[in-house]
Design a protein around this ligand. Structure first.
Ligand code: SAM
Ligand code: SF4
Ligand code: FES
Length: 340
């Protein structure tokens, strides 16, 4: 096993079988190697991206997600443009160089509205990341022309049958095409997958990793699956932390210079889950900038961290956690190809 880890560290290349064997076995050396590669390519800087969860209204029905259209137990909200700008100002005041506008697929936010918001945010001279799901090439182009820098769209799973079973009315092909379009338009393109979905295999997780490499994704977020009680997958209780951490580490070995967030879902499953991920390949954290009154309503999965903590508390909390592990908040916008 150590031979495969060594090969990955030196060449950044593994075939599918080698990836599968790393995912099947527990070996501390995998995390240590991922940490070395992270340090070599990305340094000790951690990029903070201020997350603004601006709408929990969604037209989709993804089986795993608490925001799915058919969850009638959720009180829905949308931030006004002014509220989005207040969150942005808060992020800027705290020294953030990026905000991430994330939400359900809410068509109330027409291309014109999104473009207007992007233009207003860009006046602060920060990077803008969008994470608002599947849109047409023309819409992605309009957002890009308005100044959007990055886009996050997880593939969720590359297993065709699994994808179909979890996403009514959606298709893996269209999801892939969206990612290709984003790349074509020059976005820093983020993707990712959920780890531990019912009927997901390690073979398909290996395919996911190879898909990200093939796409040349600029950022990849790995989220352990956490079942939500008001979804069809409510009964699939499982602890997917360890497997998600292995996927995170293998990803760093194979894609040494990309941005890899330590995801909120990791910290939801373990008290210091993001720190563990930062020591196993990750170099990005996305603290929540959303107002307290909305936080609990963006309930993708239960037990989400920080729903009672103010944005200011999260900022100081993250900074002190980073200090303890000898990492520093970066002052740059944190593009993949920035020099460290
Ligand atoms: N609607 C946009 C989309 O789907 O791309 C962005 C918002 S969506 C809430 C963000 C991510 O949440 C999804 O890409 C998915 O991976 C993750 N997610 C949703 N439900 C989850 C669950 N139960 N466990 C872990 N991650 C989940
Ligand atoms: Fe909507 Fe995204 Fe949740 Fe799917 S994952 S239901 S698209 S918010
Ligand atoms: Fe929110 Fe620690 S990140 S309180």
């Amino acid at each position: 096993m150590n031979k495969i880890i060594e090969k990955a560290e030196q060449t950044n290349l593994l075939d599918k079988n080698e990836i599968i064997s790393l995912l099947k076995i527990d070996n501390e050396n995998l995390f240590k190697a991922a940490d070395r590669v992270r340090k070599k390519y990305k340094g000790d800087f951690v990029h903070l991206r201020g997350l603004i969860e601006f709408t929990n209204i969604c037209r989709c029905n993804c089986f795993y997600c608490g925001l799915r259209k058919d969850n009638s137990n959720l009180e829905r909200y949308r931030l006004t443009e002014d509220e989005i700008l207040i969150c942005t100002q808060r992020a800027v005041n705290a020294g953030y160089k990026t905000v991430v506008l994330q939400g359900g697929e809410d068509l109330f936010f027409t291309p014109d509205k999104i473009c207007r918001i992007i233009r207003k945010i860009k006046k602060y001279d920060i990077a803008v990341t969008l994470s608002i799901g599947e849109r047409s090439f023309e819409e992605y182009k309009a957002f890009r022309d308005a100044g959007a820098d990055r886009y996050l769209l997880r593939i969720e799973t590359t297993d065709e049958n699994l994808y179909k079973s979890l996403h009514p009315g959606m298709s893996l092909e269209n999801r892939k095409n969206c990612l290709y379009n984003l790349k074509k338009l020059g976005y820093e393109t983020g993707s990712g997958c959920i780890v531990g979905l019912p009927n997901q295999t390690v073979e398909s997780l290996a395919d996911d990793i190879l898909f990200f490499k093939n796409l040349d994704a600029d950022m990849v977020g790995i989220g352990p699956f956490i079942p939500h009680p008001n979804t069809p997958l409510a009964s699939h209780l499982n602890d997917n932390f360890d497997l998600a951490l292995k996927v995170n580490a293998v990803l760093r070995l194979l894609m040494p210079d990309i941005n890899i967030p330590a995801t909120t879902a990791m910290e939801t499953l373990r008290p210091d889950g993001r720190i563990i991920a930062l020591n196993s390949g990750s170099n990005v954290v996305m603290p929540n900038m959303t107002d307290l009154k909305y936080r609990a309503k963006y309930e993708i999965y239960p037990g989400k961290i920080c729903i009672n903590d103010s944005p200011d508390k999260c900022i100081s909390c993250i900074k002190s956690k980073l200090n303890k592990i000898g990492r520093t908040v970066s002052n740059s916008k944190g593009f993949r190809h920035d020099k460290i």
